[in-house]
Design a binder for this molecule. Structure first.
Ligand SMILES: Nc1ncnc2c1ncn2[C@@H]1O[C@H](COP(=O)(O)OP(=O)(O)O)[C@@H](O)[C@H]1O
Ligand SMILES: [Mg+2]
Length: 267
């Protein structure tokens, strides 16, 4: 399994490719660790385009995206930012967690998302026309309740939105087996543990355990940890910075796992 192996969860691969062919920008939404980044990497390979990833944060300025004049050896020269480089290269530009960026920094994207398909470098006095192969992809997690930020509806409506979710249990277990080389029975129990938490009454208190944490837990099991210890460290502990995990929920979660004293060979 390579880092671009992607297990699809519906028609998102086809819709992504259709959007690419029609030169439409895509917005991936869904909980953390559900495969958004993995999908973009996979599509880069499938469409034979490089992927330029930009992680958004609230200090990100439009200059960080497009570039700026810099002094090098006494000369003042324009230096392209990652967005400009991605446009010029006809790459897939992936703005990860775009909701973290300030609205005024995102305004620079508007002319790339409509029929103009161009980037206005006002300071450099240049307009960069995007080649056919350029694609803009953004992601965000709409359910991230601790964030006060939201994307403007007018911004969201510029994109083809592909809502993503965790895979069905059997498929999610396949991912875990492929990523961490654990026994399928171990993977199924870790998925059952996560499912119990995701479907618990209290689930609205926290960001549910993701496929990512299940893969991490499986790596610990592969290294010899018990399922209970791995689940505690990777699945339960990250839930509860504010003590949201009740004893009841913990019991339900670990009920699906092999007991701590189960020898490896018996799992
Ligand atoms: N559909 C999937 N196919 C393959 N691996 C996946 C999938 N979903 C999640 N994973 C696993 O979970 C990890 C986190 O996925 P990632 O794409 O980084 O999540 P996101 O970008 O949504 O936060 C990946 O590195 C991979 O191991
Ligand atoms: Mg990601």
């Amino acid at each position: 399994m390579t880092s671009d192996t992607y297990y699809s969860n519906g028609n998102e691969v086809q819709l992504f490719e259709q959007a690419y062919r029609q030169r439409l920008p895509v917005m991936l939404t869904g909980p953390t660790g559900c495969g958004k980044t993995r999908l973009v990497e996979h599509m880069g390979v499938l469409l034979r385009r490089p992927v330029v990833t930009i992680s958004c944060h609230d200090d990100l300025t439009s200059s960080d995206l497009v570039g700026r004049f810099m002094v090098t050896g006494g000369d003042v020269v324009w230096t392209d930012g990652p967005l400009t480089r991605a446009v010029k290269a006809g790459a897939i530009c992936y703005l990860d967690e775009v909701v973290e960026a300030r609205h005024d920094s995102l305004a620079i994207l508007h002319s790339l998302t409509d029929h103009r398909r161009s980037l206005y470098l006002d300071r450099a006095g240049e307009v960069v026309q995007a080649p056919e192969s350029f694609m803009l992809v953004c992601s965000y997690n709409p359910a991230y309740r601790s964030s006060l930020k939201e994307l403007k509806p007018s911004f969201r409506q510029r994109f083809v939105t592909l809502p993503m979710a965790y895979l069905p249990p059997d498929r999610e277990a396949e991912v875990i087996v492929a990523e961490a080389a654990v026994d399928p029975a171990v993977a199924r129990r870790l998925v059952a543990c996560a499912t119990a938490i995701r479907t618990a009454d209290e689930a609205f208190h926290f960001e549910p355990p993701s496929t990512r944490v299940l893969v991490t837990a499986a790596h610990l099991v592969a290294a010899g940890a018990s399922e209970l210890d791995a689940a505690e460290a990777c699945i339960l502990a990250p839930l509860s910075s504010d003590g949201a995990v009740t004893d009841g929920l913990r019991e339900v979660a670990v009920a699906s796992l092999a007991p701590a004293d189960t020898p490896n060979s018996a799992r």
